[in-house]
Design a protein around this ligand. Sequence first.
Ligand SMILES: NC(=O)c1ccc[n+]([C@@H]2O[C@H](COP(=O)([O-])OP(=O)(O)OC[C@H]3O[C@@H](n4cnc5c(N)ncnc54)[C@H](OP(=O)(O)O)[C@@H]3O)[C@@H](O)[C@H]2O)c1
Length: 135
Amino acid sequence: MNVRVLPAVNQIECHPFYQRSKDLEVMKEFNAAPMAWAPFAEGGHDIWNNPVLKAIAEKHGKTVAQVALHWNIQRGVIVIPKSVHADRMIENMDVWDFELDTDDMEKIAPLDTGKTEIFDHYDINLVKLCNTIGR
Ligand SMILES: NC(=O)c1ccc[n+]([C@@H]2O[C@H](COP(=O)([O-])OP(=O)(O)OC[C@H]3O[C@@H](n4cnc5c(N)ncnc54)[C@H](OP(=O)(O)O)[C@@H]3O)[C@@H](O)[C@H]2O)c1
């Protein structure tokens, strides 16, 4: 433990291609609510055409975006998707009328690569560079 005041919310990159399951367990232990930034992997991994997510979306009559968001919500993760399009903002909020079943969750689990392609907090050189910004 390195801090005296625990974060109430911990914002981390979290999406089907970087699932952070072990990190979520630690946050639960310390009662810090996880919040997913880049819940669509910033559009990476060809997420919109991913066959697993597309099949699950079709099964529930939802979109890939809605499945990706609900998958995180079902794991107890707050989501903050970003869009500049009003119709997509509405789509991204319309995620409360379906549930992913065990089969869906099991199909999404293997999509995890266990690594980021956006920002690696374990890359010491990148962390040092960030520490210099704003000084
Ligand atoms: N704390 C941090 O270190 C950190 C780091 C990165 C990001 N963030 C925050 O996290 C939030 C989201 O992250 P992000 O913007 O990086 O990535 P993201 O939400 O994973 O992805 C955004 C991309 O998805 C597209 N999109 C959104 N909804 C869609 C939909 N329903 N269908 C198809 N495409 C859709 C957007 O395009 P359009 O806009 O064209 O719709 C945009 O290209 C932002 O508010 C950002 O500020 C925090």
